[in-house]
Design a protein around this ligand. Sequence first.
Ligand code: ADP
Ligand code: MG
Length: 387
Amino acid sequence: MPASLSAAVHAGFVRTFAHPPTGLWSAPGRVNLIGEHTDYNDGFVFPFAINRSTLIGLSLRDDRLMRVASSFSAEVVEISLDEVRPENLHGWSAYPLGVAWALGQFGAELGEVRGFEIYIDSDVPIGAGLSSSAAIECAVAVALNDVWLLGFDRRALAKVGQLAENRAVGAPTGIMDQSASLLGQADAGVFLDCRSLESDVIPLGFDNAGLELLIIDTKVSHAHATGGYAARRASCEAGATALGADSLRDITMHDLPRAESLLDDETFRRVRHIVTENQRVLDTVRTLREHGPQSIGALLDASHVSMRDDFEISVAELDLAVETARAAGAIGARMTGGGFGGAAIALTPHALIPVVEAAVLAAFAAQGFTTPELFVVRAADGARRVE
Ligand code: ADP
Ligand code: MG
C-alpha cells in the first residue's frame, strides 16, 4: 500500500477526531479474472485481491457511540451501538456501520463492546467494478474483529461483509468480493465454489511469465440493483426451474442439447452462458496448474464472447476495449464484473502494456467515447492490520 495512503488516513483521522488512531487496517479491492454471473447460480468464480486498497484508522471510545468519517465525504456519521439496525443506516456509512450490525447477527455479543471512531481513505476506484464496497466492509470487519476480540475466521467475516451489503446497504450481491478481499494472496487467485463456499488459493504465475493484468475502466456507469442484473437473475432462475434443477450449477455441458429443445431461445442462451462459464472457470484453474498463465488467453476471450452474445451484458465500449487490446497484443481479454458498463481486463505481456494502452485510447477517441482510465493491477495479499 502506498505510504501516502497511510499518511492520509493518519492526517484525516487527527483532523476529524483530534487524536491519533490506535491502529490501521487495510483491505483490497478485487478483480474477477473469470466466472461472471455464476455466483448467484451456485457456481464457480475466480477473482483475485488487487494492489489497491481501503485503509481505515480506528480507535475505541469509552462509550457506545460509533463515529465514522471518510475522505469520500465531508460528514461525520454517528450512531449508538444500541441503535444500529439496517433501517437506521443510510448512504455510504451503511457500509462500515452495517458491518458492526452484521457482526452481531453472526453471534458476536455486542451488548458490552465499546464504540469507536473510524476514518476511511482508499485508492480503489469507486464504482469501477473493482469492489470498493467489499474493500470498505472487509477493512472494517477485520478491524472490529481485532479490537472487539471476536475471534471470527476469514470465511465468517466474508459472510458478515456480504450481510452488511445485502441488508444494511440493500445490494443483492454474492460472497465473491468479500472472499477475494479477505482470502487473497500475492500473485494468486481465489477459486471459490459459491455453493459449498470452499475456496482454494491458486498461484497465477503472472510475475514469472512477464504478464500484467491491464484494467480498462470504460467509465460507463453500471447500476447493480436495477434493470439488466435483476432480469438476468430471473432468467437463470426460470431456466433452472424449467430444467428441474435447484440451480444452474446442476446443469452441465452434456445437458445443453436438452436445454435447447426445452427452453425459448433467450432463456437457453442465458443458461448456456452460465453452464459454459462454470466450465471455463474450472478449465482456467486446471490450465494454470498444468500449463501456466500463457495458456489461459483463449478462455478469457471465450468468456467475453459468451457475455456479449449469450448473456448480452456487454456494451460497445467494453467490446471495443476487448477487441482493441487483443489486436494490440493482449493474450486474452474480457469484460469483468456485472456488465452494462464498468471495466474490461486484458492479460498483456509486460513490454506491450504501453502499446495496448495507446491503442485503446486511440480507438476510444476515434469512436467519440469517453476517455477510459487504464491501469495495471497485481494480485495482492488480503485484508490485514498494517500498523
Ligand atoms: P464498487 O464497484 O466500487 O464496489 P459499489 O456501488 O458496490 O461500487 O460501492 C461503492 C459505494 O461504496 C460508494 O458509493 C460508497 O457508498 C461506498 N464506499 C466505497 N469506498 C468508500 C470510501 N472510501 N469511503 C466511503 N464510502 C465508500
Ligand atoms: Mg460493489
